[in-house]
Design a protein. Structure first.
Lengths: 74, 380
């Protein structure tokens, strides 16, 4: 999410495409957060620390080095 | 795109596949249903099915909102456009769903119906505001993910005093559909599908949380692993299911921790509860009438309920007799088992609903998997 607009609207960047979406369902989202967008509405926020943890787990499951992901805050 | 590309890494996928193959017990069969159309699409698109060992079979579930929408509901929307002169707004996927008399919304549009494709329920609201002398009906479909935006639109219409806006609500509920698959006698009649566990929905679970699945994991002794829509998510979820089966566990586990919590999006749930209430029964394509499996608009918002406003009466309509969508939606048959598949029924000209949306089992198999079963012939 790159910018808050009027009302409950916000500008999001989807791989370079910028689009206004509604934040009515995720009212406490802030600029810089990753949100999951569905039919023009943010329906949830993405937890960056959890995402890194999942990626690290993939590395372990695949038998590789878990170091592929950055350090995970406790 | 960040948080997307990393979850599509091919080397890691092969690594996880090797881990699944190593943990699958020899001679044991594992059948898992991915409920959600998003997962059906991912399995086909990324070739995950090929990466799985022979003992693991994925059964496509009924979690594609376009696929489970019965003909009778589309007929109601077409009637509003052609006979009542309403502007009917709907999501793009719904436009090509086959209806009665060889019609679909897109064909009804060609006959002069004012039918408009919208990206969001909010866009339908804008059309209503811009056309105050016309009735504007939003044909609202989808699972728990699309219901909150519809509720927002209805609430906004009330706040703005929009007297010409209403919603033909076809919102359905995931947990009741899963329960129905597990216990319906009508489903058993088509040959029981041995299901050892479920890959639980991604976006639906963001909204409803993981708690609603706990009841049937416990009651029906079936493991559920909620998974993200990216290929590595799905593969990890399958590994987690294999482990639960091996260990005799039946629990709700959450692979999609980056977006799903136990309680879900409470703001969205509160909004939905304010505008919608349970419908005592709703017809699903493929599953038939399923009790308490859908929502209807509460009396407090009755003026925005197209069914009340236009006095609509639902009439069920049977599918094409050779169409196997019903059995495919129950996981009893696969797309290639249908005589119509790829011959008269294609994504360009769908006969059955599973061929319409890219989340449908037939459309996914048509786009990515239909040559898989064809032997490669190398000329001498």
């Amino acid at each position: 999410m790159v910018e808050r607009l009027d009302g409950d609207q916000a500008l999001v960047d989807l791989a370079g495409v910028r689009k206004p979406v509604s934040l009515a369902l995720v009212p406490d989202a802030a600029v810089g957060d990753y949100v999951i967008v569905h039919v023009g509405h943010a329906i949830g926020r993405l937890d960056a620390a959890e995402a890194e943890r999942t990626l690290a787990l993939f590395g372990e499951l695949a038998g590789g080095e878990p170091a592929a992901a950055p350090a995970i805050p406790a | 795109m960040k948080y997307v590309d990393e979850f599509r890494n091919g080397d890691l996928a092969r690594g996880i596949a090797a881990r699944i193959a190593a943990e699958v017990q020899p001679g044991r069969r594992y059948s898992f249903m991915e409920f959600c159309g998003g997962h059906t699409h991912a399995l086909s698109r990324y070739g995950i099915t090929e990466l799985l060992p022979d003992g693991v079979r994925m059964i496509h579930g009924p979690g594609c909102p376009v696929c489970v929408l019965p003909i009778g509901r589309i007929d109601l929307a077409i009637g509003l456009a052609l006979e009542r002169g309403a502007i009917v707004c709907t999501y793009g996927d719904t436009m090509r769903v086959p209806a009665s008399q060889g019609l679909s919304l897109i064909k009804a549009k060609a006959r002069g119906g004012d039918i408009r494709m919208v990206y969001s329920a909010a866009d339908a609201l804008k059309i209503a505001a811009a056309n105050p002398t016309r009735e504007v009906v939003f044909l609202a479909i989808g699972f728990e993910t699309t219901t909150p935006p519809t509720a927002l639109a209805i609430r906004a219409a009330k706040a703005q005093g929009l007297a010409n806006f209403s919603v033909l609500a076809c919102h359905v509920l995931t947990p009741s559909a899963i329960t129905h698959i597990l216990e319906s006698a009508e489903v058993r009649e088509f040959g029981s599908v041995p299901i050892d566990g479920f890959v639980g929905p991604a976006h639906v679970s963001i909204v409803i949380g993981s708690a609603p699945y706990e009841h049937f994991a416990e009651e029906y002794r079936k493991p559920v692993v909620i998974a993200g829509f990216e290929p590595l998510d799905v593969m990890q979820a399958i590994l987690m299911l294999v482990r639960q089966v091996n260990e005799g566990r039946a629990e709700v586990e959450n692979q999609f921790t980056r977006a799903v919590t136990r309680e879900g999006n409470l703001a969205a749930q509160k909004l939905v509860a304010e505008v919608f209430e349970l419908r005592s029964s709703f017809e699903w394509r493929g599953l038939g009438e399923v009790p308490y499996s859908a929502l209807q608009i509460r009396p407090a918002y009755a003026q925005f309920d197209a069914e009340r406003r236009f006095g609509l009466a639902y009439r069920p309509v049977a599918d094409h007799k050779n169409c196997e969508c019903g059995a495919i939606l129950r996981g009893v048959k696969r797309p290639a088992d249908c005589k119509l598949f790829g011959t008269v029924c294609t994504p360009e000209s769908p006969m059955g609903s599973c061929m319409v949306s890219n989340e449908g089992a037939c459309a996914a198999h048509y786009a990515y998997g239909r040559f898989r079963d064809v032997a490669v012939v190398v000329p001498a």
